[in-house]
Design a binder for this molecule. Structure first.
Ligand code: 5GP
Ligand code: MN
Ligand code: MN
Length: 322
């Protein structure tokens, strides 16, 4: 399968009556912001549109959802279109996988390098900093007026996926889109306060605990740490409040590779990896059936917390040598 044009996708959407949007699990600002923006636009076009989710909306993202998200698989029966947003792997739908295939037509809009076109129609652009960039360009092909809520959701998608315009995925196009969003009334500061200046004290206590156990290895090139269920209990912190820790590790001077391990259960961990300049972490994560981008990738490991850490350190050292 190959990519479609955004014009073709706009035509497919216009010919439909009902669209169900699918976010990936461990929802982030991009998958949710992009879905919210498109959902508002589709409703303005008179379509029945909902975002089907299965995990909690993280507290810092809750301001984006004004009744677009639902856990109800029956919200639309046999949707005309099921659309995968910011993800190219239906395994990241878990409980919603069957529902996705119920769509009369299935589509995928994504920017991960590891995504291959798999749906009936696809638009995968790894040069986009965020799926939000693609959605913005798709909206230009639709007979809909962008409003402040749509623009704000797109801004949230872009700022979160670019580390607030810091990461190597940030381009001139990213800034140009952000600048255009200003004209729709987006308040950059208001959204940044919602996203970044809104932390609970328990989050800081949890992060302090995590930072106490950083291990630097591979001759100082790599760093690893993580969070266990016990640490969450002790601090009353939440798993979602470890978001950003892997970036903190990466930001240590001299560190190229940062690894963060989340203990999901006794025999299951979620791993996040980040690199700074030259390591392709998507390659490392693909060895464990994960995926992502060159500078940000992840995977799931069916091992205990300690074993996962050992395994990741071994893989990282092997990769750095090779
Ligand atoms: P994070 O570490 O923030 O969870 O994810 C970083 C990047 O890697 C994201 O772009 C995400 O889509 C990708 N990623 C994380 N975990 C997985 C996974 O288990 N499978 C795949 N295919 N991609 C993942
Ligand atoms: Mn994402
Ligand atoms: Mn994204």
């Amino acid at each position: 399968k190959a990519n479609n044009t955004l014009k073709e996708i706009a035509e497919i959407l216009m010919a439909s009556r009902s669209v169900l949007l699918f976010t990936h699990i461990n929802m982030d600002g991009d998958t949710l912001g992009s879905s919210v923006a498109l959902c508002i636009a589709l409703r303005k076009l008179g379509k029945q549109a909902h975002i089907l989710i299965e995990d909690d909306v993280a507290a810092f993202l809750r301001f984006l959802d004004k009744g677009y998200c639902t856990y109800d698989n029956h919200i639309i029966e046999n949707p005309d279109i099921c659309l995968c947003i910011d993800c190219g792997d239906v395994d990241r739908f878990r409980e919603r996988k069957e529902k996705f295939f119920e769509g009369k037509q299935k589509g995928c809009i994504d920017h991960h390098v590891t995504t291959e076109p798999f749906a009936d129609f696809n638009f995968i652009d790894p040069t986009a900093s965020a799926t939000g960039e693609i959605i913005y360009e798709l909206l230009k092909e639709l007979p809909v007026e962008v409003d402040k809520d749509i623009a704000s959701a797109i801004f949230a998608a872009i700022t979160t996926d670019t580390g607030n315009f810091q990461y190597s995925n940030t381009t001139k196009r990213t800034h140009l889109i952000a600048a255009e969003l200003w004209d729709y009334g987006v308040d950059y500061n208001e959204i940044s306060v919602e996203l970044y200046q809104n932390n609970r004290l328990e989050k800081l206590l949890l992060q302090t605990k995590i930072l106490e156990q950083i291990t630097v290895f591979a001759g100082g090139e790599a760093a690893i740490c993580g969070v266990t269920q016990e640490m969450l209990e002790e601090t009353e912190g939440r798993m979602e409040e470890t978001e950003g820790m892997v970036e903190t590790l990466r930001d240590i001077s001299g560190i190229e590779l940062a690894i963060f391990v989340k203990e999901v259960s006794r025999e299951k961990c979620k791993v996040s990896m980040r690199s700074k300049k030259y390591i392709n972490v998507a390659e490392i994560s693909q060895k464990l059936n994960g995926g992502g981008h060159a500078r940000a990738a992840g995977c799931t490991v069916m091992k205990s917390y300690e074993d996962t850490k050992q395994e990741m350190m071994r893989l990282a050292e092997e990769y750095l040598k090779g």
